[in-house]
Ligand binder design. Sequence first.
Ligand code: SF4
Length: 306
Amino acid sequence: MVEVVLSSPRGFCAGVVRAIDVVEECLQRFGPPVYVKHQIVHNPYVVAELEQKGAITVEEVDEVPDGSLVVFSAHGSPPEDFEKAAERNLRVIDAVCPLVTRVHNEAKKYHREGKKVLLVGHHGHQEVRGTMGQAPMTLINDSAPLSEQDVSADMDWPADSEIAVITQTTLSVGDTATAIGAIQERFPGAVVRNDICYATTNRQDAVTQMAGLVDVVLVIGAQNSSNCNRLREVAEANGTPAYLINGPDEINPDWLVGCQRAGITSGASTPEVLVEAVIDALDPEKVTFLEGAEEDITFTLPRELR
Ligand code: SF4
C-alpha cells in the first residue's frame, strides 16, 4: 500500500468512554464479577478485555444471579429491565449515554403532552428497544420510504394530528433527513427533533470528506455497531468501495488490488489499538492525517460512582 489516509474524528465517543469507565470503576471498587446487561458497547474487543478483568456479559436481566451488581449498557434500557432488576434485588448502575437519556426524556415529555410519538430508527437495535419502552410510540425505519413502512397501517391518522418525531442517535444523517422529510410531508405540523449525536455526525462528515480522496475505505468496527455500518454506507454513497472489518485479520487482499490510497475510519465503539493494527498490517509508505471537527465532550460518571 502506498498511502493510508486517516479520517478524523474517529473512534471512541464520550458515551463509550464513560460506559467502559463505569465497568472498570465497578470492577475496581466492588471486585469481580460485575455483570453487564448487553455488550457494554458494540465491540467484541472491548467486551473481551473487560471480561478478562472479571466482567460477565449477559443478554437478559434474568441471567444475573439474585443480589448481584449489574451494569446496563450504553445503548439504554427499557423500564421493564429496571423493574425486573428490582424484583431480583439487583444493584443496577446504568451506563446509558446521557445523549440517549435525553431522547428517552423527550419521548416521555411528548407522550405526556398528548402527541403521537414517531421514532426513526432501526428495528431490533438495542437503543431502539430501550427508547420504545419509555412511552407508546411507532417505529419508522430510517432507510425505507414512509409509504413502504410495515407499520403504516398504525399511522392512518389525519394530517393535522399532533405528531412528535425523535430519532435513534446513530443513524445515517442523509437517510434520516429523507425519512423526516417524508413524515413532514404527511404530517406538516409534526414537531421534529433530530437526535443523531455529535459523534455520529462528525464521523460521517469526516468519512464523506475522506471518501473522495481514496480508492477504498476500511471502517474498523463491529458488524453489530450501528454507527460503523452507517460509516461504511456513507463512504459507498460517495462512490468509494468500503468494507467493515473488526481488525487486520479480516482484510481481504483483493480489495486493495490496484489501490494507491486506503482511507481508514472507525466507529464510536472501536478502540484505536485496532486502527493501529490495521495500519501496521497495510504497511503503507506514508500515513496522512486528515483534519476534522474537534471534540472535547466528556460525561461524568453515574451518581453512584462519583
Ligand atoms: S455514539 Fe453518540 S449517543 Fe452513542 S454513546 Fe456515543 S455519544 Fe452517546
